[in-house]
Write a protein that binds this ligand. Structure first.
Ligand SMILES: Cc1cc2nc3c(=O)[nH]c(=O)nc-3n(C[C@H](O)[C@H](O)[C@H](O)COP(=O)(O)OP(=O)(O)OC[C@H]3O[C@@H](n4cnc5c(N)ncnc54)[C@H](O)[C@@H]3O)c2cc1C
Length: 405
């Protein structure tokens, strides 16, 4: 019988979470395999994920610690202000980064560029091996190792299997972990606009009765837009030509960035929530959307995944320092304990926000717009919201402070 190739850790999924997790684990000295259905190659603009991602201040620190930030910073647009308001209502919330420090609240990164930078860093790590065009078939935990079977008949061994294989995680299904799913019957249209007036580093989130629309600042007079509406409304919006569509988007924002023009294509993302009952099993841990997929209302999905990765890396590093088994139940239980509250709170908060702001009831509408005004006048409460958005609340794992554990 052929001897199986062995790693400290096998990561299933080479999306943003899997690539970041693999890089972090390799940087603390582990041998890592990444397995993905796709090519795991760098992609050209217009070929991959057209979205941008708002990465929080603490998320940026992870990329600094992993030596990826230098290749991202030139094109990363800082978020200096966030303005939250409701269409047709006076109440609004204004978060200015200067009230909590000098650093921006986050940065807008181009997903393709982020993925390419991660792949480039991974290629320079000798202790990571890439397995493109392969998918997970099954896995079998046993004493000291987990055997991972792939669709092409090959199998590999590791001390730990990390599933970063997204919302429909095969790893989660094979581990028989229950998952709560809510279909929002909403979709997001994602696109880029150029606009007449400068955004001055401001991210706008405007709530409308159909759903939120977010304008995220990009280099120059451009913003990346995530416009969420009921799926039926999305279908009609997609029928509009670029000119009318841009005018409709600008109207949603009370024309405060002036006239807009669409750049490139509009892409649709159906929205649902998924939340796994547990993020660990025997020699198995999940990170990113495999563990929790959120409504993009607060732009926090990947940030939450980054916090999974920071905590998992820290627990594994601790276990190694103490000479313990990195895939043992004790190590994984500590990981699960560090993530439970944060993951649940954000899933509940984003789900709740969407329900409150999509509610057409008059009383709820009045309470929420008054609520925005009230929060805006209470500095400690506002600062807490800002620190949450920056991912800087509670005791942080060291990767979120810009250092390797
Ligand atoms: C419209 C929209 C806007 C968003 N904006 C933001 C934002 O501003 N800020 C933010 O923090 N988050 C944002 N998010 C959330 C963010 O995009 C996701 O949280 C993130 O992309 C999830 O990455 P992932 O790697 O966990 O999963 P995925 O991106 O789903 O990657 C999973 C990977 O696993 C691979 N795979 C799947 N199954 C298998 C298998 N069986 N075997 C091998 N490989 C497999 C896939 O090929 C894929 O490469 C947004 C989401 C949406 C929908």
């Amino acid at each position: 019988m052929n001897k199986k190739l062995s790693f400290d850790c096998i990561v299933i999924g080479g999306g943003l979470s899997g690539l970041t997790a693999a890089l972090a684990l390799s940087k603390i000295g582990l041998s890592v395999a990444i397995i993905d259905k796709t090519s795991l190659k760098m992609v050209k603009k217009n070929e991959g994920d057209q979205r941008t991602t708002a990465v929080s201040a603490s998320g940026k620190k992870i990329f600094e610690a992993l030596d990826v930030w230098d290749s991202l910073k030139e094109d990363a647009e800082p978020i200096l202000d966030i303005v939250v308001s409701e269409k047709g209502k006076r109440g609004h919330l204004n978060f200015d980064h200067q009230t909590v420090g000098t650093e921006p609240m986050g940065h807008i990164l181009d997903n393709i560029q982020l993925k390419n930078s991660l792949i480039s860093s991974i290629r320079s790590q000798k202790n990571i091996q890439l397995f493109p065009f392969k998918s997970l078939n099954n896995f079998f935990p046993n004493t000291g190792a987990v055997t991972v079977d792939l669709n092409d008949g090959t199998s590999y061994e590791a001390a730990l299997l990390v599933a970063a294989d997204g919302r429909n995680s095969a790893g989660r299904r094979i581990a028989k972990i229950k998952d709560t799913n809510i279909n929002y019957n909403q979709s997001s249209i994602v696109f880029t606009v150029s606009h007449e007036k400068p955004h001055k580093g401001t991210a706008y989130e405007q709530f409308t009765t159909g759903g939120p629309i977010a304008f995220l600042p990009m280099r120059g007079n451009q913003s990346s837009v995530v416009w969420s509406e009921d799926t039926e409304v999305v279908k009609s919006l997609m029928q509009l030509d670029d000119k009318d569509f841009a005018a409709a988007a600008s109207y949603r924002l009370n024309d405060c960035l002036g006239e807009m023009a669409i750049i490139g294509q509009r892409k649709i993302f159906p929205l649902k929530l998924n939340y796994a009952d547990t993020i660990i099993a025997d020699r198995f841990a999940m990170v990113g959307d495999a563990a929790h997929g959120l409504h993009p209302i607060a732009g926090q999905g990947f940030n939450l995944g980054l916090r999974d990765i920071a905590n998992l890396t820290e627990e594994i590093s601790k276990a190694r320092r103490l000479g313990l088994d990195i895939g043992s139940f004790e190590t994984l239980r500590s990981y699960q304990a560090t993530r439970r509250l944060d993951n649940f709170s954000l899933v509940a908060a984003t789900d709740g926000l969407n329900r409150i702001f999509s509610n057409r009831n008059k009383i709820v509408r009045s309470i929420r717009s008054n609520g925005l005004d009230v929060i805006n006048t209470i500095d400690p409460l506002k600062n807490l919201f800002m620190e949450l958005a920056m991912g800087e609340v509670g005791s942080l794992p060291v990767l979120l402070k810009g250092k390797l554990p």
